[in-house]
Design a protein around this ligand. Structure first.
Ligand code: PEP
Length: 255
């Protein structure tokens, strides 16, 4: 059975190791005695805390990186490779997040290189795509999403596709109080699927999990995951609250 995915992107939080230890204590308390039949929960902390998370060996929790560099090793001061993340014991890496596109000027060409290095290392990739409000208002959502999907996946063969999940994250909902309607999410999902179908066979396309991300809260999750074919969510702010984050995962698991 293909599992649903609930990804927690902690971004650049928390500030101290002591706070992160407390976070892990709470996460352990919330997940330790629960069973998740259909859902994989992945926490992506700042990379400096990745080992702490892995060393806890929390039942029900997998680890991921928020970013990687695309080269395997070498003189790239300040960077970490997908191979390093994999060798530390993590399973996932996020790529193409809108904050990296915005603050670090990451374009599809870079995202494509990163995605390839993630897959080559044996990690699973969470590729984020999404349009800005300006693009939406200008009627360019389909063009933008299609381009992001196609350029990011360029040159990636069908054999690797099952290790990719795509999170539709409208930029105007990430980190805000805005939320698309379930129709808008469904529409975006169909655009992504159509772009994938133009690149791969239907059978291959179906292997890619499609998630939603942007202002996900436990009381809103049913609104963004009403489509039973939705494969999960990417959670930002709310993943910093283990109680709420695990509540979201439980709702998804039982849906
Ligand atoms: C994110 O960072 O990917 C995200 C979805 O953030 P938030 O849930 O805080 O909107």
């Amino acid at each position: 059975m293909r599992k649903k995915l609930v990804i927690g992107n902690l971004k650049m939080n928390p500030v101290t190791s002591a706070e992160f230890e407390r976070y892990l204590d709470l996460l352990e308390k919330e997940t330790g005695n629960k069973k998740f039949e259909k859902t994989e929960i992945v926490v992506c902390p700042p990379v400096v805390y990745l080992q702490k998370l892995l060393d806890r060996e929390l039942k029900n929790i997998k680890a991921g990186a928020q970013n990687v560099y695309w080269e395997y090793q070498g003189a790239y001061t300040g960077e970490i490779s997908a191979g390093m993340v994999k060798s530390a014991g993590a399973n996932y890496a996020i790529v193409g997040h809108s904050e990296r596109r915005k603050y670090f000027d990451e374009k599809e060409e870079i995202i494509n290189l990163k995605l390839k290095s993630i897959l080559k290392s044996g990690l699973n990739a969470i590729l984020c795509v999404g349009e800005s409000m300006e693009e939406r208002k200008g009627g360019r959502t389909a063009t933008v999403l299609k381009k992001q999907v196609k350029d990011s996946l360029a040159g990636i063969g069908a054999g690797k596709v099952e290790y990719i999940s795509i999170a539709y994250e409208p930029i105007w909902a990430v980190g805000t109080d805005e939320l698309p309607t379930s129709d808008e999410i469904l529409e975006a999902k169909l655009i992504v699927k159509k772009a994938l179908a133009e690149m791969y066979s239907m059978k291959t396309m179906e292997k890619i999990r499609l998630l939603y991300g942007g202002n996900v809260k436990s009381y809103l999750v049913n609104q963004v995951c009403t489509d039973p074919a939705m494969d999960g969510v990417l959670v930002g702010r709310e993943s910093l609250e283990p109680y709420e984050f695990v509540k979201i995962a439980k709702i998804i698991d039982e849906s």
